[in-house]
Design a protein around this ligand. Structure first.
Ligand code: GDD
Length: 431
């Protein structure tokens, strides 16, 4: 029996995803028509013997999360539960804290998946790799190749190229280590808990020593750091490297992080491409009396799209969206309840929940990735601001409940929720 854990973090995470993460937890943001972690759950549902998924985070349980969990549970016929950390316990603290729940039913192995990544996850191949190549390992990390420049934003892995044993691991190194990076998708055996226990006890001891030395200081904060915090990357992978316990499974399939809104548009495109193989029925088709579809487009069945609209490539039209006459949409996610009025043009953007774009208006962003035609090219995410303090070109994000008037141009801008715009904007954050 296998299980999976999805690490969703909490409200203080996902700040680069604002203003979209102000409305709902980032793991529930819809990409290619479904919440980000729906894609994780769907991948898990295809692993034979995977019986339970534990979603671990420090969000207060909320209606959106509860509804999502119960709907997914029904759809995939897998037990799914949300386990709430009392505070941010780090990427492994929650796993150790909830060890009894994880070990119930004696799973042979369990996956751990960061919520803020997307990809064509080769989960069955990882299980097979463990069985065939490293049955005594307590952990396998999914790895992928990045460029030299990108690699320093990730966990970097040095492997034995013949056996794939991890010889050296450095989390976000300051100088170049390796282009093989950690994808934030892992497979562990229950043996990993002995390493977690050693780290937990050591942290506890260090914490007591720290308190002994500091508790006489007035105003000393006993709350931070929480003694239960364990960082999977620094506290577990670094000591396990070179002990024959930790291996890497390299993949060349699509994989990316979803840290920013631009990354969501990128992920949208790739999940739509994957649908060609896995779910062709989810992709809109051309037909008489239907809007013109170019490339991969997802239209929610409740959306109303005028037959003269032209959509695609790489467009997702959400639930109850209205798309008017002559509208053109490309490389864009339009979220639930939005209205695109006649003849507006939306390119490289996200249109927020229940927002409206007026007639003949143009909303346009600049794609983050340099080569949109290269399949699965790795995403380069530029900093939001240039060194002289100006907003770098980015996709345009219209927050929720925004009214964009008729006949204006909104270019490379981010609009916060509940705004009533009254003119054209370029390279601005509209507060
Ligand atoms: N439950 C819980 N509790 N989840 C957490 C916590 C926590 O305290 N802290 C982070 N997470 C979740 C986040 O929500 C996210 O899904 C994932 O763990 C990774 O979190 P980050 O701390 O933001 O790390 P990162 O994304 O910068 O880097 C990690 O992922 C990269 C791949 O995307 C590292 O594992 C890197 O080595 C890796 O390359």
């Amino acid at each position: 029996m296998l299980k999976a854990i999805i690490l969703v973090g909490g409200p203080m995470k996902g700040t680069r995803f604002r203003p979209l993460s102000l409305e709902l937890p980032k793991p529930l943001f819809p990409v290619a028509g479904f919440p980000i972690i729906y894609h994780h759950i769907e991948a898990c549902s295809q692993v034979p013997g995977l019986r339970e998924i534990l979603v671990i985070g420090f969000y207060q349980p909320n209606e959106a999360l509860n509804r999502f969990i119960s709907q997914s549970q029904q759809e995939f016929q897998i037990q799914i539960r949300y386990l709430q950390e009392y505070t941010a316990l780090g990427t492994a603290g929650g796993i150790y804290h909830f060890r009894d729940q994880i070990l119930t039913g004696s799973p042979e192995m369990f996956f751990v998946m960061n919520a803020d990544v997307c990809g064509d996850f080769p989960l069955c191949d990882m299980v097979q790799f463990h069985k065939e190549k490293c049955p005594d390992a307590s952990g396998i990390i999914l790895g992928t190749e990045a460029t030299r420049g990108q690699s320093q934003n990730f966990g970097c892995i040095v492997e034995n190229k013949d056996t794939h044993e991890i010889l050296h691991y450095v989390e976000k190194p300051e100088t170049f280590v390796s282009t093989l990076i950690n994808c934030g998708i892992y497979l562990f055996t229950p043996e990993i808990f002995s390493t977690l226990e050693v780290t937990f006890k050591k942290n506890l001891e260090d914490n007591y020593n720290y308190c002994d030395q500091n508790c006489h200081i007035p105003g000393f904060d006993f709350q931070t750091p929480s003694k239960e915090v364990i960082r999977l990357e620094q506290d577990i992978f670094i000591p396990l490297a070179s002990t024959k316990q930790l291996f890497v499974f390299p993949t060349s399939r699509f994989w990316s992080q979803i840290k920013s809104a631009g990354a969501a548009v990128y992920a949208n495109r790739h999940y739509l491409t994957i649908y060609q193989r896995t779910h062709p029925e989810r992709l809109a088709k051309n037909g008489e009396g239907q809007p013109r579809i170019i490339g991969d487009v997802f239209i929610h069945p409740t959306a109303s799209v005028h037959p003269t609209a032209v959509l695609g490539p790489n467009v997702t039209i959400g639930r109850n969206v209205t798309v008017g006459e002559g509208v053109r949409v490309r490389e864009t996610i339009v979220l639930e309840g939005a209205t695109l009025q006649a003849h507006c043009c939306i390119l490289h953007s996200i249109v927020g929940w229940h927002s409206s774009v007026g007639v003949w208006t143009r909303v346009e962003g600049t794609p983050n990735d340099p080569n949109p035609n290269k399949p699965f090219a790795k995403l380069e995410i530029p900093c939001m601001f240039s060194s002289d303090g100006r907003l770098n070109p980015s996709i345009t994000v219209i927050g929720s409940n925004v009214q964009v008037p008729s006949e204006v141009i909104i270019l490379n801008s981010i609009v916060l929720p509940h705004k009533d715009l009254n003119g054209c904007y370029k390279n601005q954050i509209i507060l």
